[in-house]
Ligand binder design. Sequence first.
Ligand code: SAM
Length: 332
Amino acid sequence: MAQLVDAFNRKITYIRISVTDRCNLRCVYCVPSCGTISTLPSNELLQFDEMLRIVKVAAKMGLNKVRITGGEPLVRRGVVEFIAAVNKIDGIKDIAMTTNGVLLKNYAQALKKAGLRRINISLDTFDPKKFQEITKGDCFDRVWEGILEAERVGFDPIKLNVVPSKGSNDNEIVDFAKLTLTKPFQVRFIEFMPVDDWESWKKSFISKAEMMEKIETALGKLEPVINEKDKSAPAKNYRLHGAKGLVGFISAISEHFCDTCNRIRLGADGRIKHCLFSESYIDFREPLRNGCDDAEVERLLCSVMETKPEAHNIDINAESRKYLHSMTQIGG
Ligand code: SAM
């Protein structure tokens, strides 16, 4: 069987699956500035059995890690059973989820039982009022309870995804880093990526270097921690002296890590995107619905390998502008 190796000799072992394009929040950095996200009619969303077909074939070709994302993955009915089914696929060693945490308190135990290994929860502020401004949802307490419940049922590590933005939550960067002194969490600062307004994105953008400076000025040196287990992991991790947890940075803009990219993204619409920023994709939904066999799924995955670009080329100083057109469909 062919292996998932792209034209630049990168081994692809990881798929991110956006199981829905629906979300129960409307985060300002995710939703376009018009404030609305278009959602697909339900018959155009990939069904779980169709996702499983793709993962089963890909696992025979070297895939070993699946991340469930969205939209908000916990709003899709049947997601726990889907995780249990992914967990049974030969070759899949790791299943993770990225969630906004709103529904996590109710789901954490069931997710753990279904075989979810790791969980990333998005949280951009500790201030309930600012939480509402950023997400348009009045549910900071529910998210925090969800995080504590995930810790209680034994998810380890718990990763918190923070997207810092100037003039919004940049005054909390140090507080987030401070949390790692007392909690064994990995706080991961994700560099803000452009959604649809280039000029305001440029004004709000904070680089990894700026964030590190703020943290080190307030809390002392961040010592690098090398992830020996996963050299393709996008986060570069650090530890504050004596801290229980880690501080990580995903510097997709200022220091992109495309040369170690090991992932592809299956959108809620059944298209595999080559890269978070690329316009190109390969559609799996129609072939699957037309009754294609596993050999055809393998052939389509090989086409993804042949056409995956070398790098995303987003540059804050560049004239050519690229946006994350449909974060809710491709899942970040
Ligand atoms: N609803 C889930 C959540 O909120 O975690 C999963 C989907 S969300 C699109 C996945 C991740 O993408 C989140 O951690 C979010 O913070 C991140 N994200 C969304 N828009 C972003 C942007 N413009 N720049 C950087 N990260 C972004």
